[in-house]
Ligand binder design. Structure first.
Ligand code: PRP
Ligand code: ADE
Length: 179
């Protein structure tokens, strides 16, 4: 595990004052460009999907799509995109939320989730927890269960973990790296 953490950490670039002053942006593009690191990350997430008994993987636009889709394939599960508002053509459920920098609304196709589903939510960064909290609410409103939330990196100083506690209803928040 220490080796996995070192590998992943070494492939994440800190960019100061992006996208606005005061934010230390965690850029995962070096990790995506390294097949060994990307594969190790995918395998670690797929192991979480297996351990939590997930039946579907939800990826959060946009970086959660890049990380979540290969996890679904690796784990043999369906992939459900949670998109920014206005991008899905079918009947949607929507949820507004605040970000570390700004605000947004996410949507999911309601028909993609059912009461039988246990969903693993995958994303790159947990910051304030606003995005993850909104997606948990969305999944519950769609009638499905949340198996867990899996993120590459948790920014612990923003306390997103505490924000998610009630919404998670006992499901695990798994972060591969905590800074
Ligand atoms: O915990 P939070 O404070 O909600 O922040 C974390 C979210 O912010 C980023 O996405 P962003 O909305 O910037 O979208 P992107 O992936 O399209 O860049 C990141 O990928 C997470 O989804
Ligand atoms: N500091 C950060 N780096 C990368 N993605 C983020 N999403 C929210 N805060 C972020």
């Amino acid at each position: 595990m220490a080796n996995l953490e070192e590998l992943l950490l070494s492939r994440i670039r800190d960019v100061a004052d992006y996208p606005e002053p005061g934010v230390m942006f965690k850029d995962i593009t070096p990790l995506l460009a390294d097949p060994a690191a990307f594969t190790a990350l995918t395998d670690a997430f797929a192991a979480i999907a297996e351990r939590t008994g997930a039946t579907k993987v939800v990826g959060l636009e946009a970086r959660g799509f890049i990380l979540g889709a290969p996890v679904a394939v690796r784990a043999g599960l369906g992939f459900i995109p949670v998109r920014k508002a206005g991008k899905l053509p079918g009947a949607t459920l929507g949820q507004a939320y605040d970000l570390e920098y700004g605000s947004a609304e996410i949507e999911v196709h309601a028909e993609d989730l059912s009461a039988d589903d246990r969903v693993l939510i995958v994303d790159d960064v947990l910051a304030t927890g606003g995005t993850a909290e909104a997606s948990i609410r969305l999944i519950h409103r769609a009638g499905a269960e949340v198996a867990g939330v899996a993120v590459l990196m948790e920014l612990s100083f923003l306390d997103g973990r505490a924000r998610l506690e009630a919404a998670l209803r006992g499901a695990p928040l798994e972060s591969l790296l905590t800074v």
